[in-house]
Design a protein around this ligand. Structure first.
Ligand SMILES: Nc1ncnc2c1ncn2[C@@H]1O[C@H](COP(=O)(O)OP(=O)(O)OP(=O)(O)O)[C@@H](O)[C@H]1O
Ligand SMILES: [Mg+2]
Length: 296
């Protein structure tokens, strides 16, 4: 659904005026299915329409809008985007999992890297969209420390009742940080777990649809394994078949993704399935936590 088809409550216009004066980092916070991404799209659209250079950061690893699942994405559109789904990314940060659970540090760091990059590239407004993981201790850790790290000028909190107040409590009296509380639009509808799985599967299929088997020499890249740093080469082939890989450049941003498809100890080459034609810029193969069955 594009911005032209949305139900736009009067509140949204008010909040847009407030976050634009002056523009800065804006973080969206809310439980699942409260309309965070839709509102983010609206804010990005309006901001670019008003001539403000604006970046959108997709902090959702599972229901990704920018880039494939398991990555965080950043885009800085030149034209107001009626629908951000499917927009090409400017930068990706690979996490390797479809949920931030157990990966909250990596997720917070990745979002921070993308926000910094957006600012370096001239973005005046940076809209940071987040997952609906806000409940309990895990939600607190993930969101509160993300706020600590990013120090946003604005937090837009969309709540049915008080789902994110335990996080906001630690931000209420901050200097230079404004909280904007909103209720979800009455047009918001929830997506079932099945719909979410199907969406994720389609995103992977779209990404890998034109992939080829390519060799990459371990003499030319570093293999980063966050689980087993001292992994022996014996049996590596079978154990890692199907595992997702972040194909990272010299700045540790992901150029793309690959799927582990074999290892040849004699030539010291890893075989990967990837849609990338040019592997020249890859400096690191970062092992993900997820395995994919091919064909997808
Ligand atoms: N203002 C609105 N007008 C019409 N439809 C809306 C509006 N806000 C949200 N929706 C619809 O409700 C659904 C959920 O919205 P959205 O994806 O923005 O929620 P979210 O909080 O980002 O969810 P998640 O927690 O999964 O990230 C979407 O299908 C969206 O099109
Ligand atoms: Mg969302």
């Amino acid at each position: 659904m594009g911005v032209f088809d949305l139900h736009v409550p009067e509140d949204w216009h008010r909040v847009f005026r407030e976050i634009s004066d002056p523009p800065g980092v804006v973080l969206l916070l809310g439980a699942p299915d409260t309309g965070k991404s839709t509102m983010a799209n609206f804010m990005v659209y309006k901001s670019i329409e008003e001539g403000v250079r604006t970046a959108y950061i997709d902090g959702d690893l599972g229901q990704s809008i920018i880039g494939p699942p398991t990555t965080l994405g950043m885009t800085c559109p030149l034209e107001p985007p009626a629908d951000m789904r499917g927009l090409k990314w400017d930068h990706l940060y690979f996490i390797g999992a479809t949920s931030p659970a157990g990966h909250s540090l990596a997720t917070a760091v990745g979002v921070k890297r993308l926000v910094e990059r957006a600012k370096e590239e001239g973005a005046e407004m940076v809209v940071v969209d987040t997952t609906g993981l806000v409940a309990g201790a895990m939600g607190f850790e993930l969101k509160f420390y993300k706020i600590e790290l990013l120090n946003p000028q604005h937090i837009i909190a969309i709540q049915r009742t008080e789902e994110v107040e335990h996080i906001l409590k630690g931000c209420r009296r901050r200097k230079g940080m404004k909280i904007h509380r909103l209720s979800p639009s009455q047009e918001v509808h929830s997506r079932s777990q099945e719909v979410r799985w199907a969406y994720r599967k389609r995103k992977f299929q779209d990404y890998f649809q034109r992939c080829a088997r390519r060799a990459i020499s371990l003499d030319a890249v570093e293999f980063i394994n966050p689980e087993l740093p001292l992994l022996t080469k014996e049996g590596i082939d079978e154990r890692l078949k199907g595992r997702l890989l972040g194909l990272n450049d010299e700045e540790y941003f992901a150029i793309g993704l690959g799927i582990w498809d074999g290892f040849d100890g004699n030539s010291n080459k890893i075989y990967i399935l990837t849609p990338l034609d040019n592997l020249g810029g890859i400096r690191y193969l970062h092992l993900g936590y997820l395995s994919l069955k091919v064909p997808l």
